[in-house]
Write a protein that binds this ligand. Structure first.
Ligand SMILES: [Zn+2]
Length: 345
């Protein structure tokens, strides 16, 4: 009977261990997939012949005239998601007014196997994210000759297409992961709020409308209204999307925080969730120790009551008569006045 119990326990433990190991393998696979970069593509430039249903109601197959095919998400299935109804305002640049602060770090799938990506313009940005002449620059500027087509970076639904003050002609697209991309200073807008666009679709033409000193595309990336340097997402020099999965840190949303990434940082950014948990635990332990030390170092007082003696007070406060005398400049024989404040720590 006892042996059976032990065996059962062993079996259970080894099963749990195997499950755990598999978890780690999946985790690491997911991380390496997430770290992959994605080349810019405009598949919509190839005319398509037909769209076919699949067993999955959310997935369709697009057949192109050149004999190739591609799986895509059915926009109708995606467009019903609450990401396209909550905080949905076609007149407001930033509809996230009552949003809670973002967590310290979180991950967002930018492009999975079914999504596509198209670089708005492969070029060296002419103005970076962050403060510029004392003004906050919420995006980056890409040199863009007037009349050049502007492409949607990812699949999504147009939330704003309007003339908005400094932005001039502005198009804002919300994507299924909650991310929003902004395209400003356009000379022409080709989409309307509510339109579904695919990555690579032309949404307008480059220009210099609004507060602009010359033709360029003002490009912003925001999550729940918080702008971050689009360079975290896209390497504009090569046109590639840096990673399929973007791990955000709260400081990305600091207006002064520009993209400055080295390989070491990348390793840090792509730590596994398990490593992340252990580091957080270690950090919490350190903080608790520091708090305890600070408390120990803090002064503490005790008010003398009727019937108190130095010995009693010392015992109550976990100290010694000698320490009390030293702290308060008194002798063991000093008479204690009721109401006197004695330092006990
Ligand atoms: Zn700009």
């Amino acid at each position: 009977m006892k042996l059976k119990t032990i065996l059962t326990t062993c079996l259970f433990l080894s099963a749990a261990f195997a499950l755990r190991a598999q978890d780690n393998a999946t985790d690491s696979l997911r991380h390496s997939f997430g770290r992959m970069s994605v080349a810019s593509s405009r598949s919509t430039s190839t005319p398509y012949a037909d769209t076919l249903d699949t067993d999955n109601p959310g997935v369709k197959v697009v057949l192109f005239n050149n004999g190739t095919f591609r799986y895509i998400k059915d926009p109708k299935a995606v467009a019903d998601s609450k990401v396209f109804t909550e905080h949905w305002d076609t007149r407001s640049v930033n509809p996230y007014h009552d949003e809670k602060p973002l967590p310290d770090h979180f991950s967002l799938w930018i492009v999975d196997t079914l999504d596509s990506y198209c670089c708005p313009n492969k070029t060296t940005p002419s103005s970076k994210f962050g403060f510029r002449h004392g003004r906050r620059h919420q995006g980056i500027d890409l040199p863009y000759p007037t009349g050049t087509p502007v492409y949607a970076a990812f699949d999504g639904k147009v939330r704003v297409s309007d003339y908005v003050g400094g932005y001039g002609n502005l198009v804002i697209i919300r994507h299924a992961n909650g991310l929003e991309t902004y395209y400003g200073h356009l000379s022409r807008r080709d989409v309307e709020p509510g339109d579904w666009v695919n990555a690579g679709d032309v949404i307008g033409l480059g220009g210099s409308t609004g507060r602009s000193s010359g033709p360029h595309l003002h490009f912003e990336t925001r999550y729940k209204g918080y702008a971050f340097d689009p360079t975290w997402l896209i390497d504009f020099e090569t046109g590639t999307l840096r990673h399929r999965l973007l791990r955000f840190r709260s400081w990305y949303f600091n207006p002064n925080s520009r993209y400055v990434q080295t390989m070491d940082d990348e390793d840090e950014i792509y730590r596994s969730d398990e490593e992340e948990r252990l580091l957080a635990e270690e950090q919490a332990k350190k903080e608790a120790a520091a708090r305890a030390a600070a408390e120990r170092a803090a002064k503490k007082y005790y008010t003398v009551r009727s019937g108190d003696t130095l010995g009693k007070i010392a015992r109550k406060n976990g100290t010694t008569v000698r320490a009390l005398c030293r702290l308060n400049g008194i002798k063991e024989t000093t008479t204690l006045q009721i109401g006197r404040r004695l330092r006990v720590r």
